[in-house]
Design a protein around this ligand. Sequence first.
Ligand SMILES: Cc1cc2nc3c(=O)[nH]c(=O)nc-3n(C[C@H](O)[C@H](O)[C@H](O)COP(=O)(O)OP(=O)(O)OC[C@H]3O[C@@H](n4cnc5c(N)ncnc54)[C@H](O)[C@@H]3O)c2cc1C
Length: 425
Amino acid sequence: MTPDGNHTSVFDVAVVGGGIVGLATAREFLKRQPGLRLAILEKETLLAQHQTGHNSGVIHAGIYYAPGSLKARACVTGRAEIVEYCKEKGIRYELCGKLIVALNEAEVERLMSLYARAQANGVPGVQLINRDRIQEIEPAVIGHKAIWSPNTGIVDWGEVARAYAADALNGGAVITTGARVVSMVNSEDETRIGYVQEDGREREIRARLVVTCAGLYSDHLARMTESESTTRIIPFRGSYYQIAPQKSDICRGMIYPVPDPTFPFLGIHLTRHIDGTVWAGPNAVLAFRREGYRRWDIFLPELLETLTYPGFWKLAIRYWKTGIKEMYRDYLKGAYVNELRRYTPEIKGEDLVAEKSGVRAQALERDGTMVDDFMIRHGSRVVHVLNAPSPAATSSLVIARMIVDSIEQNGLIPQVRRLSVNFPN
Ligand SMILES: Cc1cc2nc3c(=O)[nH]c(=O)nc-3n(C[C@H](O)[C@H](O)[C@H](O)COP(=O)(O)OP(=O)(O)OC[C@H]3O[C@@H](n4cnc5c(N)ncnc54)[C@H](O)[C@@H]3O)c2cc1C
């Protein structure tokens, strides 16, 4: 029974988190096993409100990731699948291509390693190009050498996520929004999932299998069933600036710098969005609140959680110079503009007209190691997606398949059974 006396609802599978990874996973379950009783619990009133709705909108091609990693495999295949999916659903996307621009010899050396990675990962169509070709593709860019990836594209990931949700609903999923999961208790053959509704009322459902895809709170969800889990999410805010419409022809597709290979973020880039606007960003600074989208959003318990985690200090000692540089650029718009002017010298401060931001969920180990790859942890009946940073949106269909495959291989997928479901209103 739920606390207010209703019968608890019973499901075969419950997915926690209505971002792109949770919705893709729900869809995959129902595609494989129609008739499965599946619930999706999302704490916000709308789906895709966090990372999925606050990102660069890029369909990555798979250039950056360590060969053999989950990211490399899932991104290369995921890109091709997303393009097909968008065609099938009539979702607007564009393969407008991307340049990664090296400005000097030191950057060329790093660019060459990226090119080798792209080839090892089997990224289709990547080319190394010189100054003249750079200017043909993006006339406003100066650069010594560049990687040209014609198959990198753009899409609205929120729209893709909502299409996954529609597929899941058509497959019979029950989506409950405004449902913040606060507890999970395993018993012999089911997990009791407690959640709080927006009006503060507590409810409960039971599921034979649970998959948590909670993004910025994935570590909190993991600790509900694995008290020994020490991996923590550290939130990194990234600010974007919109380029004034009259200057938006400064970028025809996407223009990226050569990233710092020791840091998991790609550097401030220029990206044309599917609505035609051009945005610069994102940078990467520590967020003082997990869902803190404004510079001074602070939530003390969450900030303390970061500051008291030993891994954070080990990371801070290793990257203090990068951290200070990123903060300087965040607080001083002029420094942000200077970074962009390195490869697009025509941009001026007054061309940056609007601001928005996203917060990345980056998993960090106790020893200060940033988890680079996707991380999915299997318990006996609960699977936690602990790290799904970029390019997880591009890779979402493949991540979903990986999750459901591994559940099937472990013999955990519940067989369809007819249960009397009485989901609370
Ligand atoms: C600034 C930025 C730029 C990026 N750019 C790109 C890009 O261009 N291309 C790309 O492929 N990827 C990009 N990414 C990465 C991509 O957006 C994420 O990897 C992806 O959206 C992760 O999806 P998710 O479902 O795991 O997380 P989210 O979208 O964050 O969804 C998690 C959901 O779980 C819910 N939730 C959390 N706790 C609970 C709870 N207790 N109970 C119920 N629900 C809960 C949240 O409300 C949220 O809706 C970017 C990310 C950021 C932040």
